[in-house]
Design a protein around this ligand. Structure first.
Ligand code: ADP
Ligand code: F6P
Length: 342
């Protein structure tokens, strides 16, 4: 069958916003226009598609956006689009506006929507954007680099006050069910303990022993990075304070991690991924998701991409653990023997 010739493409952002989304939108618009296509911007993800919030985009519309956080097309979650009727209506709207190719910038949920539209005959390409880094087919997602740097800087600041007051600080970072933000901050901030859903054994006594041991060794603070997937930082702080006698505070970084001007890496990678998405559409491709792996920009079938699994590297986790406590090998062996006895 001949591949469909695309004349008009649409672009939308969907799910949680991520810094760098604007760079991707800008790349789609400008690459699309320079490839001779008409480009339409769809506001508020699938919700805006169903509500026909659709505008023609010019190169100028994306001027002064690459440095801005958030998404100029706004984003939303849309439960109606999870239904077959919603998806069929989405296809009808695309046909009404002459949109025969669609670039969906978002996470796995948004790609599931793109997959459904592709099955209904609209050529779709997904561009991975989420601060959580939890998309299996790619080592890189738009927004993670900015978010992890934002969190790292915030944690450095909490650490200053934690040291001054000789406190224990639990700092909760985002990541829904994924611990990548927490793991990276754990290493980058030199945290004493890192709790991530993929690895935490919920042995709070071990955590308490670590805090007491490190205090005995003269540590002035004890930084615990807690991933959102574990959560309950306030309650944990109360229990730790009661068990150790050390003043303990919880700080939940929250949505500040999703905002702010994107880093150079997020601007550049998002630009390349956005341009690639257009090139795939021009080449007649559909139901693909672009990504970055082993030093190369790549693309996968969305069905395959959604079936892939991703997990935290055991080696990176082990390195994080081994750097988090300043124990010698002998001390560590003794500690392990002690905890085995107990
Ligand atoms: P993300 O794209 O960041 O993973 P969500 O999981 O919230 O974010 O998904 C964003 C939107 O994608 C949802 O609000 C919904 O409109 C659409 N979506 C999610 N899952 C599906 C699905 N299985 N089928 C169709 N659309 C979906
Ligand atoms: O997926 C990005 C993310 O920020 C997650 O880390 C978090 O769990 C979720 O979105 C929060 O979403 P919202 O604030 O939009 O409900």
């Amino acid at each position: 069958m001949a591949e469909k010739v695309i004349k008009t493409i649409g672009v939308l952002t969907s799910g949680g916003d991520a810094p760098g989304m604007n760079a991707a939108i800008r790349a789609v618009v400008r690459r699309g226009l320079s490839s001779g296509l008409n480009v339409k911007g769809i506001y508020k993800g699938y919700l805006g598609l169903l509500n026909e919030e659709i505008i023609d985009m010019t190169a100028k519309d994306v001027s002064d956006t690459i440095e801005r956080g958030g998404t100029v097309l706004y984003t939303a979650r849309c439960s109606e689009f999870r239904t077959e009727e919603g998806q069929k209506r989405g296809m009808d709207v695309c046909l009404k506006y002459g949109i025969d190719g669609l670039v969906v910038i978002g996470g796995d949920g948004s790609f599931a929507g793109a997959q459904k539209l592709a099955n209904l005959g609209i050529n779709t390409i997904g561009v991975p954007a989420t601060i959580d880094l939890d998309i299996a087919c790619t080592e890189y997602t738009i927004g993670f680099d900015t978010a992890v740097n934002t969190a790292m800087e915030a944690i450095d600041k909490v650490r200053d006050t934690s040291t001054s007051h000789e406190r224990c600080s639990i700092i909760e970072v985002m990541g829904r069910g994924a611990g990548y933000l927490a793991l990276w901050c754990g290493i980058a901030n030199g945290a004493e303990d890192v709790l991530i859903p993929e690895k935490y054994d919920y042995d709070e006594q071990k955590l308490i022993n670590n805090i007491i041991d490190s205090r005995k060794k003269g540590k002035k603070h004890h930084i615990i990075i807690n991933a959102e997937g574990i959560g309950h930082s306030e309650a944990m702080a109360k229990r730790i304070e009661a068990a150790t006698g050390i003043e303990t505070r919880a700080t939940i970084l929250g949505h500040m991690q999703r905002g702010g001007s994107p880093t150079c890496k997020d601007r550049v990678y998002a630009s390349i991924l956005g341009a690639m998405a257009v090139d795939l559409l021009v080449a007649g491709k559909s139901c693909r998701v672009v990504g970055y792996n082993h030093g190369e920009f790549t693309d996968f079938d969305i069905n395959e991409a959604l079936a892939m699994k991703k997990s935290v590297s055991d080696y990176q986790w082990e390195v994080c653990q081994s750097l988090s406590h300043n124990y010698s090998k002998n001390e560590q062996d003794k500690k392990h023997a002690r905890s085995k006895k107990a």
